[in-house]
Design a binder for this molecule. Structure first.
Ligand SMILES: Nc1nc2c(ncn2[C@@H]2O[C@H](COP(=O)(O)OP(=O)(O)OP(=O)(O)O)[C@@H](O)[C@H]2O)c(=O)[nH]1
Length: 350
């Protein structure tokens, strides 16, 4: 082998070694690059999955918000969110429909501003209870409509979540229901013909008076029972309608002279009764005399004047008489005594 040949062989060997080193290094780099790419791929997939689930979550939240908004605005019940400091924060369409104000008009107002003055104190008390963490269940108050009328609202408001400044309230317009209830109560407690209280209502008032007398012995009261004399002949001679007219006029006249605190009722037929609070025997006699004077004034029926007289019995509530029936019975007996004496005097035919 010549010198030149030996030198070339050496060069080739070292170049080859270098080449092999370079190739090994590249192979290692490629391997770690591969690992990096696959870990980046994994990370990208993870981010994709995260993005997908976030997107799904956002869609769900959006759906919940839309559903909530739909229920909020479609609800026939009045729904509102108010601040515990007393302002409307959000109201639904039922609020607008019931009170006649737009949402914008309501949002600029304190929720106490439209409450009926007579209901303000009890409403403030209820709000105070809510602030103390006590729920409001079935609370009624009157709210002013934009046209000036008042509507009865029935509220259900859970106490605010601790730390929250918002109240979530549901209200229902119960005006018609209350008017129906009032009408039913009126019919059950009043006499159709005269519009006076009826026997049931009179008994209720008597029971309340006895309860007051039990608590305060100075709350004496009297009961006067009035029965028209010879009323049957009015019906017989002038007809039932004329009889009705006499009963109505008698009721009106007695109603006009009674004291504000007195309770006047038609017990039935031609019998009336008066409950006179804080009245002694002398005052009761004076009341009876005044009532009789009113009753015996002629009543014009067509072209005739009809005159009817009355017998009035008085009973005073005392410790010994403690129930309504006994007191009315006592006044009734006193009234019949007077009737009997009129018969024996010849003023009345038996
Ligand atoms: N027009 C009319 N008459 C009634 C009504 N309710 C009861 N009456 C009549 O009222 C009368 C009451 O009877 P009484 O009290 O015995 O009649 P009276 O003639 O007043 O008898 P005395 O009380 O003994 O004087 C009866 O004839 C009933 O028919 C009513 O709503 N309208």
């Amino acid at each position: 082998m010549t010198m030149v040949q030996a030198e070339r062989l050496q060069i080739d060997e070292s170049s080859l070694r270098e080449l092999v080193e370079t190739l090994r290094f590249r192979a290692e780099s490629l391997e770690s690059l591969d690992k990096l790419v696959s870990s980046l791929k994994q990370e990208a997939e993870h981010h994709h999955r995260l993005a997908d689930s976030l997107k799904h979550g956002l869609e769900l939240v959006q759906q919940i918000v839309e559903e909530r908004e739909a229920f909020f605005s479609l609800s026939l019940d009045m729904l509102c969110i108010a601040t515990t400091s007393g302002y409307f924060h959000k109201v639904n369409r039922a609020f607008e429909r019931t009170l006649g104000y737009t949402q914008e008009e309501l949002l600029s107002r304190s929720f106490l501003e439209l409450v009926h003055p007579e209901d303000l104190e009890k409403t403030q008390h209820e709000v105070e209870k809510l602030r103390l963490g006590i729920d409001t269940i079935s609370f009624d108050n009157r709210y002013q409509h934009k046209n000036g009328d008042y509507r009865w609202l029935n509220w259900t408001t859970p106490a605010p979540i601790p730390g929250s400044h918002f109240l979530y309230a549901v209200a229902r317009d119960v005006t018609e229901q209350r008017q129906r209830d009032e009408r039913t109560l009126y019919l059950a407690s009043h006499d159709d013909l005269t519009g006076l209280a009826n026997r049931w209502r009179f008994n209720e008032e008597l029971k309340a008076s006895f309860a007051r007398l039990k608590r305060h012995s100075n709350r004496q009261f009297a009961v006067l029972v009035l029965d028209l004399d010879q009323f049957k002949p009015v019906n017989d001679n002038y007809g039932h309608q004329a009889g009705d007219m006499v009963l109505r006029t008698t009721g009106e006249r007695l109603n006009a002279i009674k004291r504000e605190t007195d309770v006047l009722c038609r017990l039935g037929g031609d019998e009336f009764a008066l409950l006179a609070p804080e009245t002694d025997a002398r005052e009761a006699s004076m009341i009876a005399e005044r009532m009789r004077k009113e009753i015996i004034r002629p009543i014009s029926i067509g072209d005739r004047d009809v005159i009817v007289d009355v017998s009035i019995g008085i009973a005073l509530a005392e410790e010994s008489i403690s129930d309504a029936d006994s007191l009315i019975k006592l006044a009734d007996e006193a009234m019949y005594d007077i009737k009997r004496s009129k018969v024996s005097d010849g003023q009345l035919t038996p």
